[in-house]
Design a protein around this ligand. Structure first.
Ligand code: IPM
Ligand code: MG
Length: 361
């Protein structure tokens, strides 16, 4: 009977509120489904750990996570610590250490949620953004010289490797192939960036030949923002570099109604390491500790976690419970214009999960 070890890293801010909510939902699922069980191990890494130990996570932290089947992550970010320290010290350390090179960001308008686009029905907006998650603009290559002098110089070099681009293209084409429309948009900027992005385009063409049943096109990243707003139904699966996809996925989340809903998975497709699932909202210090955070982004991330583990039925059951709850405006949190608390939304989802499987399905 499947038993899964889940490592939980709440991190900072509202991460400490939404990760326990996700854990509760997984527990409610297990309680109502024979043969499914989880054990959770929680790690108190992040800003507080940094203040106590001078680092965001222990040097041997990856070893502690290695045996987990999956990782549920909250957020990293602390007003007292520079953002690049919190990012590189925890989240990127795990993503890069475990070579989670595919970052998958689905976007849909869930029932009951109002998006800002006029004339856009939920059917018009159903995207998955595949973000290259191991190199590109986040490679960490660069440096500073002459610090503090007028001739000071700073560089961030975007690194694109043939191996890195081939593997993310193959992943994206395969994902597009698995979706009903079998359609992929390769986001690029090869008009301005005439080396790396030109190789990116060439490799896209090369990999496309392995997937003759996938329709694909190319779109410049700036034009892509306009297309997302003006012709959302013309997009399905997208693949983009680390930074391009970072920007596009915030736009996608906002167009679907709220950043508080959007989930993501940092995936090692080869399954050499555990993959990590997290809501894409940040630590949101303005509302932390008040019980106001929207747990839906974490629940949806748990759906992705379950899909990754092959627990399709449980994933569908959780997604349906989430959709039933978003459909009820009385259960909307502040980011959606409602007044519900994290605990109320979590309890509503768990209640549905505890109903006998047939009624909830
Ligand atoms: C994201 C976030 C992070 C990123 C931040 C928190 C550094 O915006 O996951 O999209 O830029 O990768
Ligand atoms: Mg982002």
């Amino acid at each position: 009977m499947p038993h899964y070890k889940i490592a939980c890293i709440p991190g900072d801010g509202i991460g400490k509120e939404v990760v326990p909510a996700g854990q509760q939902a997984l527990e409610a699922l297990a309680a109502s489904q024979d043969g499914l069980s989880f054990s959770f191990q929680s790690f108190g890494w992040g800003g507080d750990w940094y203040r106590a130990h001078g680092e965001m996570m222990p040097a041997d932290g990856l070893d502690a996570l290695r045996g987990a089947d999956a990782i549920l992550f909250g957020s990293a970010g602390d007003p007292q610590i520079p953002d690049h320290v919190t990012l590189w010290g925890l989240r990127l350390k795990i993503c890069q250490g475990f070579d989670q090179y595919a970052n998958v960001r689905p976007t849909r308008i869930l029932p009951g949620i109002d998006g800002p686009l006029k004339r856009c029905t939920p059917r018009d907006l159903d995207w998955v953004i595949v973000r290259e998650n191991s190199e590109g603009e986040y490679a960490g290559v660069g440096g500073r010289a002459h610090q503090g002098h007028p001739i000071e110089v700073a560089t961030d070099v975007s690194i694109l490797t043939r191996a890195g681009v081939e593997r993310i293209m193959r992943f994206a084409f395969r994902l597009a192939q698995s979706r009903p429309r079998k359609q992929l948009t390769v986001v690029t900027k090869s008009n301005a960036q005439r080396h790396g992005m030109v190789m990116w385009d060439e490799i896209a063409l090369q990999i496309s030949r392995e997937f003759p049943d996938v329709r694909w096109d190319k779109e410049l990243v700036d034009a892509c923002t306009a297309r997302m707003v003006n012709r959302p139904a013309s997009l399905d699966t997208l693949v983009a570099t680390n930074l391009h996809a970072d920007v596009l996925s915030d736009l996608a989340a906002a167009l679907a109604g709220s950043l508080g809903i959007a989930p993501t998975g940092n995936i090692d497709p080869e399954r050499r390491y555990p993959s990590m699932f997290e809501p894409i909202h940040g630590s949101a210090f303005d509302i932390m500790g008040k019980g106001l955070a929207n747990p839906v982004g974490t629940f949806w991330s748990c759906v992705m976690l379950l899909e990754h583990l092959g627990e399709t039925a449980a994933a569908q059951r959780l997604m349906r419970a989430v959709e039933a709850v978003t459909a009820d405006p009385r259960l909307h949190t502040g980011d959606l214009g409602g007044q519900a608390t994290t605990a109320q939304v979590t309890e509503a989802v768990c209640r549905r999960l505890r109903e006998p499987a047939t009624a909830a399905a």
